[in-house]
Design a protein around this ligand. Structure first.
Ligand code: FAD
Length: 490
């Protein structure tokens, strides 16, 4: 009997539990991908994500072809497309790896019920995370809302399974159902083609993911703990888009890091890196417990925050023209490459929320549209974290000073020079505060403030005072969260 293997955010053959199960069942397997515009509810993929998806699907199709198989592409509501494919192929089972976004999870649960009622096996597997979000619970049986005890509970639970190797070949059906043409989906930008920087920066697909992991293990892991906060050096793994699209599974990364640690017992960075994977687990855990995470502050006091709505300020932030070099470098890195260093994400987000007092959701949606790793759980969780309204969040009153942050984490200004080329000739002393540089220095560096590079759009000291005053005016204690799924203290 033929089975359908439904690829979603698990665009890989290595350590793919649904694929391994399909092969174990012994019959022909038809790999499919459905472009379902309603899959993520209110969160259709942004432009950068669509670019990535195109290339990742092309890579997956090539990998399947190399094993004698194919990738069948269909567009439409998943339930209707599956119905059609079952009818055409007589499939007896559909297998997939679970996703945790609320709209996808709800759709999948309804599909599973419906298929089972009709006698079609519908089996889902755990491939996206190290720990299924609902399996990790406090002593009281509730979800966690604080990271450290959450991660401790994960580590005590242990038992991270060994990853499965990719199959060497695939059992194929005698007849293939029709497939759409990938180019016809028009996922790539044309007119204008703004993806030049993305093409230079990334190789979407499983092979690109493995290559990046190997390079990180060779060159990045040993210094990760000290270098991960430095945007001017390649100190982090840059695996986030590959992880988001499931081109590499977290178990494969975990195992590779464990092996590296076994070979070098003094490697402290291994645990530090694994802990970052833990934040990804925690964000998914929270999204499952609190499906409103992308849209509403978990700390309900912030529902009354008097957000500004200055469109000009928002545009300056989006375009990297705030007059604060570290913020502008980050926003331009995002626009050019579809990615931004984590430290700079925090600085740029803090600037939007606290210096400009624009709603964190405006930043969340800009990131959603421009990041190649845009991820519902990670994006929402981190925006709420910076805004101070999330779970285990940074306190609101901790406001990043963009000059000091720049001087600390980009000490020579190399990161700013790379992305804000109009400041490239400015001496290090002024690179993070050009408005304080003497006129002669600016002249010599070819900088005319207000013309070649903006003056700061707000004064950080004033903005900070206003932000703190707005925070002070909020109710002192948080009203009870809505719904019954509120996590207990972790
Ligand atoms: P590494 O330091 O190499 O870490 C390894 C992996 O751990 C990452 O690939 C990622 O999967 C995970 N990880 C690391 N830090 C975090 C974190 N803070 N939260 C959750 N997972 C983490 N990450 C996304 O994947 N998608 C997003 O949409 C996203 N939006 C963000 C928005 C804001 C405002 C902020 C402050 C952070 C956001 N992050 C997001 C988290 C983090 O910035 C990125 O995961 C990280 O920069 C990716 O780079 P890396 O792969 O080199 O990370």
């Amino acid at each position: 009997m033929t089975d359908l293997l439904w690829f979603r955010q698990d665009l890989r053959l290595d350590d793919n539990p649904a694929l391994a199960a399909a092969i174990r069942r012994g019959g022909p397997v038809i790999p499919i991908f459905i472009l379902d515009p309603k899959g993520d509810g209110d969160w259709p993929s942004g432009g950068a994500a669509r670019w990535w998806l195109h290339h990742s699907l092309a890579a997956l199709a090539d990998a399947l072809t190399a094993r004698g198989s194919r990738l069948v592409l269909r567009r439409g509501a998943a339930s209707e497309v599956l119905e059609d494919l079952i009818e055409q192929t007589g499939a007896a089972a559909i297998l997939w790896n679970r996703r945790h976004e609320p709209a996808s999870a709800e759709r999948d649960a309804a599909l599973q019920r419906d298929l089972k009622q009709r006698g079609i096996a519908a089996e889902s597997f755990s491939g996206a995370l190290l720990f299924e979000p609902k399996e990790i619970r406090t002593g009281a049986g509730t979800p966690f809302k604080v990271f450290t005890p959450f991660w401790r509970a994960c580590m005590e639970r242990g038992g991270i399974a060994e990853p499965h190797a990719a199959p060497k070949d695939m059992p194929v059906p005698r007849r293939w159902p029709h497939s759409d043409d990938l180019a016809g989906w028009k996922l790539l930008p044309t007119n204008p083609d703004w993806a030049g920087g993305l093409r230079q920066a990334w190789t979407p697909g499983e092979a690109g993911a493995r290559k990046r992991l190997s390079a990180f293990l060779r060159q990045g892991l040993a210094g990760y703990e000290t270098r991960r906060d430095r945007p001017d050096v390649d100190g982090s793994s840059a695996l986030s888009p590959h992880l988001h699209w499931g081109e590499i599974g977290p178990r494969r990364i975990w195992q590779a890091v464990e092996h590296a640690a076994a070979e070098a017992p003094k490697l402290r960075s291994a645990a530090a890196y694994q802990r970052e994977l833990g934040w990804r687990e925690f964000a998914a855990h929270l999204l499952v417990a609190r499906p409103e995470l992308p849209a509403e502050p978990l700390d309900r006091r912030f529902a009354d925050y008097p957000w500004e709505t200055d469109r000009k300020a928002l545009k300056a932030w989006q375009q990297g023209r705030t007059g604060y070099p570290i913020v502008d470098a980050g926003m331009r890195q995002l626009w050019q490459t579809g990615w931004m260093h984590n430290r700079v994400r925090m600085i740029a987000a803090s600037f939007l929320i606290k210096d400009l007092r624009l709603h964190w959701r405006t930043g969340e949606s800009w990131f959603w549209d421009t990041l190649v790793d845009a991820d519902l759980a990670n994006n929402a969780f981190n925006w709420q974290w910076v805004a101070g309204c999330g779970a285990d969040a940074a306190p609101y009153f901790r406001i990043f000073n963009p000059v000091l942050q720049g001087e600390k984490f980009d000490p020579d200004g190399a990161y700013v020079r790379r992305f804000v080329s109009e400041l490239s000739q400015l001496p290090q002393k002024w690179i993070h505060k050009p408005w304080q540089a003497p006129a002669a220095v600016l002249d010599e560096a070819g900088v005319t403030l207000g013309r070649t590079y903006p003056r700061p759009i707000v004064d950080h000291g004033d903005a900070r005072r206003l932000a703190l005053a707005a925070f002070e005016a909020l109710p002192k204690s948080s009203p009870a969260p809505r719904g019954s799924s509120a996590p207990a203290a972790g």
